[in-house]
Design a binder for this molecule. Structure first.
Ligand code: IPE
Ligand code: IPE
Ligand code: MG
Length: 229
């Protein structure tokens, strides 16, 4: 961790929102907003290690995002493929361990294959865990986890937690949402139980490492009580 960086944050999650509005403001096609959004992803993934984060979870595609026009869904898939092809080497060498939360088996076989390859390639890395949420919805995750827990024995918060997609990740400390929307949109509902929430008006393509630092700084000033006193 760099000198002067805020301490105590292990796991940050980000709802990367506002790509469409970023493009609209500039009279550009939405796809351009998503493209610039990928650059913001690159910035935060590169910066995660510098900021001493153990885990970074990014909401890239929700179970509800299938409702978007086919063309946009296909643009997003194309971007994802290109991102893996262009950036995997760098991240693998930097020690990033990739994992996916959500049921990405619903994607096209070539995408699934590419993702599986990327996961395998980084599986033994010990740096920052990058969890990308793909076809992810918290309600779907909790339902899947509860089903698995029930098959093994009594359902308790602990047995459900142990079956969540994030099971072996550190507890979520900070949830960030960009673009001014103040809602969770079905992201990490269980894990947010005691996470700090941070909302910023910055649109995702404009999000920089300094914005992330600002969020971490804000977090370090908060008192987490977990119900006690
Ligand atoms: C977030 O940007 C990216 C994804 C949901 C994949 P949006 O596409 O939701 O952008 P806005 O909210 O329309 O501005
Ligand atoms: C949440 O953003 C999903 C992702 C960032 C991937 P949305 O733009 O889909 O959420 P809503 O529709 O505004 O709630
Ligand atoms: Mg949005």
């Amino acid at each position: 961790m760099g000198a002067g960086e805020p301490v105590g944050v292990r796991h940050v999650a980000i709802i990367m929102d506002g790509n469409g509005r970023w493009a609209k403001k500039r009279l550009l096609p939405r796809a351009m907003g998503h493209q610039r959004g990928v650059e913001a992803v690159r910035r935060v993934v590169r910066g995660a290690r510098e900021l001493g984060l153990e885990a970074l979870t990014l909401y890239a595609f929700s179970t509800e995002n299938w409702r978007r026009p086919e063309e946009e869904v296909s643009d997003l898939m194309g971007l994802m493929k290109r991102f893996i092809l262009s950036d995997l080497d760098e991240f693998a060498q930097a020690g990033v361990r990739l994992r996916i939360i959500g049921d990405y088996s619903a994607f096209k076989p070539d995408v699934v294959e590419l993702i599986d390859g990327a996961i395998a390639r980084t599986a033994s890395n010990t740096g920052t865990t990058l969890a990308v949420a793909l076809n992810y919805g918290a309600q779907d995750e909790i339902a899947r986890a509860a089903t698995k827990a029930a098959a093994k024995g009594p359902i308790t918060p602990e047995t459900i937690s142990a079956e969540l997609d994030t099971a072996d990740m550190p507890p979520l400390d900070l949830m960030i949402r960009t673009s001014g929307e103040v809602r969770l949109s079905n992201f990490l509902l269980w894990q947010c139980a005691y996470a700090e929430l941070y909302f910023t008006d910055v649109l995702w393509p404009d999000f920089t490492l300094d914005h992330l630092r600002e969020a971490l700084q804000c977090f370090s000033g908060r008192e987490r009580r977990y119900g006690g006193r």
